[in-house]
Design a protein around this ligand. Structure first.
Ligand code: FAD
Length: 477
């Protein structure tokens, strides 16, 4: 297993194919180092006695100790452990733990590839298993590239006026394929060793070139990662805090005629299976959300309770009710994830699959409530969460004393602790990191909201419920 220092050293060796502020940079750029903080936690805590039992497990292929983010779930307990690890790591990091992207991709493909081989005599599962061995052995980090730019939303991939709006194969060679297109909103891809690709949707017969799945090093020739960063408000050193030091790097990942060797290909043209790759990743990712959304909910609940205490309104009935609301959302989402683990089933490859309905209702409940959670925080924090004078004002010899005096609330809580609590609320509600990760990823991450409705309606036994109603109504037809 790697240390965080080895991970950073490996990033530093990569070809400079990142673009930050319009300039080509390598992975030693300060923004990349800052943006890698969350991933570094997943290395640093792997031998911390408190986190080690959750963050590590035994590989089902090599029998060696591996990071759980590189594991293929083999049992309901594995799914429960991943969910708990995700919540705990999000609590500790202060938000999205990011490394789930590669983990969910690996699990999704592991559960899809064998079925293609059985029907078509291909060797995608062998390719995948060799790749998995390499991935686990080197303790790698992968970005997940599923979402295509999709161009005209009313047109299917093959109907687009610009064929590159969905990633597709432009050339087939004896030793591999050449792909062109662009995957967007790729969380942590700029700090990943590898990029794993799956189709974004079900494909039709005339869309064989779009039915493509593979993994490549993130610095492969022809790959360009156009980076958008999101961090909290900057602070002066004396008021620094863990939440101010984490951030998110997103990538618009351009594949400009990228060569993918045969051994790295997991699907290539078997269009009728493209949907399985897309849906499997989404299923594992929504199951991950039943860990991370409660984890972020915990942070919001804690911040609300802290501010209510500091403002001396914690005993007010409306505040208690709002806290009960926050707790209920987080724990119901978590409970849905637990149910998805207990009611999980096995894919033909042996991969443990979360229950589709429970994983989706959990993710749906989280998404529907994300603005309610932010609303409660804005409500209880009051306007200072948006107007708090920042750290330079606090430190100013001219106005600092006024700031210290007027951010203070009840007696007994220092003005610095008040400032810190309001600064956290301000970062969550008005900081770019908080808004990207909670306000937008909380809605769209794992697929836009309607996708959960579709998954639920496709997999739910509605006919059975209708029959139940008929039985009770005495309807015989
Ligand atoms: C912060 C963040 C991080 C993310 N990380 C990743 C990542 O790491 N990897 C990855 O692959 N993806 C990632 N995603 C992508 C996420 O899954 C997508 O944002 C989501 O699937 C929505 O796709 P879109 O952004 O293209 O929006 P759109 O698909 O354009 O959706 C906009 C609206 O149009 C509707 N719509 C679109 N098409 C249709 C249609 N044909 N019929 C009816 N309604 C339609 C949608 O339901 C929605 O209401 C991330 C997203 C965010 C915001």
């Amino acid at each position: 297993m790697r240390t965080q220092e080895q991970y950073l050293a490996d990033l530093a060796k990569m070809r400079p194919n990142l673009y930050i502020d319009g300039k080509q940079v390598d992975r030693t750029h300060p923004m990349v180092i800052k943006g890698s903080q969350v991933i570094r936690y997943t290395f640093a805590l792997a031998d911390n006695p408190e986190y080690e039992p959750l963050l590590t497990t035994t590989s089902h292929i090599s029998g060696k100790k591996i990071n759980r983010f590189t594991h293929i779930h083999q049992s309901p307990q594995d799914l429960l452990d991943k969910q708990e690890m995700t919540r705990k790591m999000c609590n500790m990091a202060g938000g999205c733990i990011q490394r789930c992207m590669g983990c969910d991709m690996l699990n999704g493909i592991s559960a899809a590839a064998l079925d293609v081989d059985k029907k078509h005599g291909t060797h995608y599962y062998d390719n995948f298993m060799k790749y998995l061995e390499f991935f686990q052995e080197n303790d790698l980090v992968a970005g997940g590239a599923q979402t295509d730019t999709k161009g005209d939303r009313a047109a299917r991939p093959a109907q687009q006026w610009d064929p590159d709006q969905y990633l597709h194969v432009v050339e087939r060679r004896p030793d591999g394929v050449v792909v062109r297109g662009c995957k967007v909103h790729n969380t942590m891809a700029p700090v990943a060793d590898e990029i794993i690709v799956v189709p974004t949707r079900v494909m039709m017969e005339d869309e064989k070139d779009y039915a493509i799945s593979f993994a490549i090093p993130a610095d492969t020739e022809g790959l360009h990662l156009i980076v958008r960063e999101a961090f909290s408000h900057p602070r002066e050193d004396n008021l620094n805090a863990p939440f101010a030091n984490i951030g998110d790097l997103e990538s618009m990942t351009v594949f400009d005629d990228v060569f993918v060797p045969n051994e790295r290909i997991f699907l290539n043209g078997e269009y009728e299976f493209a949907g399985n790759y897309a849906l499997n990743f989404a299923l594992f990712h929504r199951h991950s959300y039943t860990g991370c959304k409660p984890g972020i909910g915990d942070i919001i609940t804690g911040t609300v309770a802290l501010l209510a205490d500091y403002q001396n309104v914690a005993r007010q009935g409306h505040v208690k009710e709002k806290l009960a609301d926050l707790i209920s959302v987080a724990e119901l989402v978590y409970a849905a994830g637990i149910a998805a683990g207990y009611k999980s089933t096995k894919a033909s490859s042996g991969t443990q699959m979360p229950n589709v309905v429970f994983a989706n209702v959990g993710r749906r409940h989280a998404g529907h409530n994300v603005y309610h959670e932010l609303n409660v925080l804005a409500d209880v924090a009051g306007g200072l969460s948006a107007t708090l004078p920042m750290s330079a004002q606090w430190n100013s010899p001219l106005v600092g004393d006024y700031v210290k005096k007027y951010v203070t609330r009840k007696e007994g809580v220092s003005s610095e602790d008040n400032w810190r609590a309001f600064a956290l609320a301000s970062d969550i509600l008005t900081g770019e990191y908080g808004q990207v990760m909670i306000g937008v990823a909380g809605v769209h991450g794992g697929g836009s909201p309607v996708m959960e409705d579709i998954a639920i309606m496709k997999n739910y036994d509605l006919k059975g419920k209708m029959q139940l109603a008929k039985n009770l109504a005495g309807i015989k037809t």
